[in-house]
Design a protein around this ligand. Structure first.
Ligand code: SAH
Length: 248
């Protein structure tokens, strides 16, 4: 396949990035390029595709939502990713943010507790040409494809097109110890407090970004693992679905 930007909605993404994301202070050129690149409309249910580039979250089934584009950009920027990094994502959901991460890091390990969402995300990501490896008990592996470059889009040429995605149906409260430590961890659902297990799966200097607290009083936190312990920074008020234990 050729680059994503050959789809017919890239101009809406350029507008989304300019008016919703750059306008609110996101500056990382790689994050902005990844947000321009990933065809968000393919990650939402068919009836909602017309709204895919609007400034709000959308339902993705199973009572879950795909985050507002700005929130995805702000969280991913806060991870400070390098192309060699290994990232853990809790809450694959639609797989949209997983795709953004895979353009910025080398390995993305993503855990989803609802198997139907994980299976759908796996097929969307594979159909876009991402290298996807599934650890989905009930589902056969999707074929892995190599993503080819999008010739002529010089401003996106520095995106990493060989990032691997590893999907697991599991409980994110446990992290993914077999692949720890991670350079970065991103939570797309809100636990009442940061799970210690996740902090312990961060590499020294690693960043964990995610919402914490109950609905109505959540804050987005960045926590950096330092030799002296966690270094906390509150980024903004947010409203995320709760992080729930166990697998469905
Ligand atoms: N980043 C996603 C957002 C999905 S919403 C996207 O771009 O679409 C958050 C997701 O977290 C939901 O799919 C929910 O099922 C999942 N989730 C909640 N608790 C979880 C847990 N303990 N482990 C793994 N996933 C969890």
């Amino acid at each position: 396949m050729s680059g994503f930007r050959n789809d017919n909605r890239w101009h809406e993404r350029d507008l989304m990035v300019a008016t919703q994301i750059e306008a609110r202070g996101i500056r990382s050129p790689t994050v902005l390029a990844a947000m321009r690149e990933v065809p968000r409309h393919l990650f939402v249910p068919p009836g909602l595709q017309k709204d895919a580039y609007c400034d709000y979250p959308l339902p993705i089934g199973e009572g879950q939502t795909i985050s507002q584009p700005f929130i995805v950009a702000a969280m991913v920027e806060a991870l400070m990713l390098q192309p060699t990094h290994r990232v853990l994502e809790i809450g694959t959901g639609s797989g949209y943010q997983t795709a953004v991460l895979a353009l910025l890091a080398q390995e993305v390990y993503s855990i989803e507790r609802i198997s139907r969402l994980a299976a759908r995300a796996a097929s969307t990501l594979a159909s876009l040409g991402f290298l996807v490896e599934e650890s989905l008990a009930e589902h056969a592996s999707a074929p892995a494809h190599q993503l080819s470059g999008s010739e002529g889009n010089t401003h996106t040429d520095f995106l990493n097109r060989s990032g691997h995605i590893h999907l697991l149906v599991g409980d994110g409260y446990l992290g993914w110890p077999e692949h720890a430590p991670f350079d970065a961890i991103i939570m797309s659902a809100a636990p009442p407090e940061i799970p210690r297990v996740l902090y312990e799966q961060l590499a020294p200097g690693g960043r964990l970004v995610g919402p914490v607290g109950r609905f109505g009083s959540q804050i987005l936190l960045r926590l950096i693992r330092t030799p002296e312990g966690p270094d906390f920074e509150a980024l903004m008020d947010v409203a995320f679905v709760p992080m729930v234990r166990g697998v469905e």
